[in-house]
Design a protein around this ligand. Sequence first.
Ligand SMILES: *Cc1c(COP(=O)(O)O)cnc(C)c1O
Length: 425
Amino acid sequence: MPSETASRLIENELLNDGDPARNLGTFVTTRMPPTPESLILQTLPKNIANNESYPATTDIQRKCVDMVAHLFHVPSSFSSPEQDATGTTTAGSSEAILLAVLALKLRWLSRRSSSSPTEQPNLILSSAAHICWAKACLYFSILPRYVPLIPPNLTLSPEAAISLVDSNTIGIVTILGTTHTGEYEPTFSLNSLLVSSKLDIPIHVDAASGGFVAPFLTPSLVWDFRLEKVVSINVSGHKYGLVYAGLGFIIWRSPEYLPKEMVMKMNYLGNPHQKTVTLNFSRGASHVVAQYYNLLSLGFDGYKNVMTDLTKIADLLADRIEDMGGFLVLSKRNGEGLPLVAFRLDDSITTRRFNEFDVAQELTRQGGWMVPAYTLAPNAEMINVLRVVVRQDFGVEQCSEFVEDLRMVMKRLNDSSFGSDKGIF
Ligand SMILES: *Cc1c(COP(=O)(O)O)cnc(C)c1O
């Protein structure tokens, strides 16, 4: 097939995709300015695994890891000019979480007394955890012990988590910004409870989304390495790090928490001292370079401004949805959670013949809006939720347009005999 035909054919096929700017469900960056885009294009041919060939890129990666570790208050002796922070970039938080779980498991294995029974290790986490945690447990033969939610509280209960601890527990996970409602789980309370009950159990914080939000918006919220039990943290560069899909970070508190067996040495690319920790070997360098650009050009204040703006839009949207009537907003405001709006239909209106899934479907028909509807985690699975994630391509104008479309959708659904056999849909 001639190349032009192939490219036209592909472009036509791609027309069936939704518009990323109208994808209100994703946390992943859908718009970057021309300057970092051009850096991405320039660095596409480089493989981040080739440290020896690309020392500058390798150095950039190290600097990004150091900056993120610093942002998370890694103890200063482990993030100084003499000593690099312990961590790496990854393809995303999922890979970062696989590495973190493996490290927890290997450390538990090495510390377990040889006389103890060879039982299956377990990991304690909130039932609101992202699906990648189930993968990590499956791949590494770990028993996930899910802590059920106790509505109306939709985050991990530290007391309930601790009640599940036994000698085979490799760690407890908290989420800084749950996927469902964007809430921050109580890492501070969990840490205090572990300390006061003298339980030697490490905490991993899944900061996939919140890791690039909370440090800027709520610096007094203590959730990171300032807490003694927090041994590792992951974050997605491609979420609020503001880089396109394909970048995450895993940071360990100190070298002690990255088991030596996980640091593989190799020499076939010319450097006998080259080490590799990641699951996959080759990966494009461009996302790391784009992250470096964001960190340099935005800096702390730049990120703070972006996150403040996103939070203002999220708060505005929450107000307008509430003013419309018929909805309850479940997510936090004023930067106390991620900049998103999780809302549901007010179930005191019992005459209604439609649910959140119908609203989501109608929003797609109305304006091409992609808004996910889903049920919350066990024990709150009877609650349906709609969620709008506020990203940089959702400004005041898009917010107004969305609210108008939502109003029309609600009018149409309310007016119709939706749900009955004579439904017009
Ligand atoms: C997005 C997300 C993940 C998975 O991250 P990827 O970067 O998409 O691999 C894990 N945990 C939480 C809380 C998330 O929001």
